[in-house]
Design a protein around this ligand. Structure first.
Ligand code: GLP
Length: 267
């Protein structure tokens, strides 16, 4: 696992956007196949999306040959609901870049048959050739996508019940009213994320420090689903200093040193 520790959320966004752009260009130089990008919602990726939009507008990158798969969607919210993840993605990212609408994949929270919708999503990912890079955030309890604590680490796309903690944390998007937050969501599984050729998880702020510690220093456990990243051959966590504050000093120094060396050798 790589752990990139930057000073600020802005630097996290810049590092992450640079990395995604680099990967899109590397694949484009090799093949005409589209780049398949897994994407999250939440407040953390907003700055990364803003940076990607800025770079697109500057002519540094095109998303015309990118296919996206979002991680999750609330169950019961129509696509045009202001808190649906469909709306979030179009408002904050897709509407501002040259992505083709037919290349955007987001689970349908209103599907009459959620099981079939989830199975179909897995099939669509496979048909696209698998995900090249899955970008994700983390919940305060270490969940990735909506894989709440005790989710199977080999889980696939399915409907999940949200924990009371997640409902309370997300109530801020629903006028602070927990009763308005959907109680379930459709989400890719931990196994679905781990099948991606590369996984990049971003975490900023002190509220994520415990999750980062569990992801990096504690054992692999379904209690903190982020810890599955330790088993991935190309897993990266990109965090800011406050999100790294619960790491041991020795861990912090190790990653700072080794990434400084990476930086030098990449020049
Ligand atoms: C939700 C999403 C996750 C996201 C998490 C953290 O639970 N399903 O994918 O990582 O929120 O969100 P934030 O970045 O706002 O802290």
């Amino acid at each position: 696992m790589r752990l990139i520790i930057e000073n600020t959320p802005k630097e996290v966004a810049r590092w992450t956007a640079d990395h995604i752009i680099k990967r899109i260009k590397e694949k484009a130089a090799r093949t005409d196949e589209p780049f398949v990008l897994g994407l999250p919602t939440g407040s953390t990726p907003l700055e990364t999306y803003a940076e990607l939009i800025r770079r697109y507008k500057a002519g540094d990158v095109s998303f015309a040959n990118v296919v996206t798969f979002n991680m999750d969607e609330y169950r019961g919210l129509p696509a045009d609901h202001e808190q649906s993840y469909h709306r979030f993605m179009w408002d904050n990212f897709f509407s501002h870049i040259d992505i083709k609408p037919e290349n955007v994949n987001i689970l349908d929270g209103m599907a009459a048959d959620p099981k079939a919708e989830c199975a179909d999503y897995e099939r669509r990912i496979a048909e696209a050739g698998g995900i090249d890079l899955f970008l994700g955030g983390i919940g305060e309890d270490g969940h990735i996508a909506f894989n709440e604590p005790f989710s199977s680490l080999s889980s696939r796309t399915r409907e999940k019940t949200l924990t009371q903690d997640t409902i309370l944390v997300n109530a801020r998007f629903f006028d602070g009213d927990a009763s308005k937050v959907p109680t379930t969501a459709l989400t890719v599984g931990v196994g679905t994320v781990m099948d991606a050729r590369e996984v990049v998880i971003i975490a900023t702020g002190p509220k994520k420090a415990r999750a980062v510690r569990h992801g990096v220093e504690e054992g692999v456990s379904h209690v903190w689903t982020i810890s599955a990243l330790q088993t991935h051959p190309a897993g990266i966590i990109v965090c800011d200093d406050p999100a790294a504050e619960q790491l041991r000093v020795s861990t912090y120094r190790y990653f700072k040193d080794i990434e400084r060396d990476n930086l030098m050798s990449n020049r």
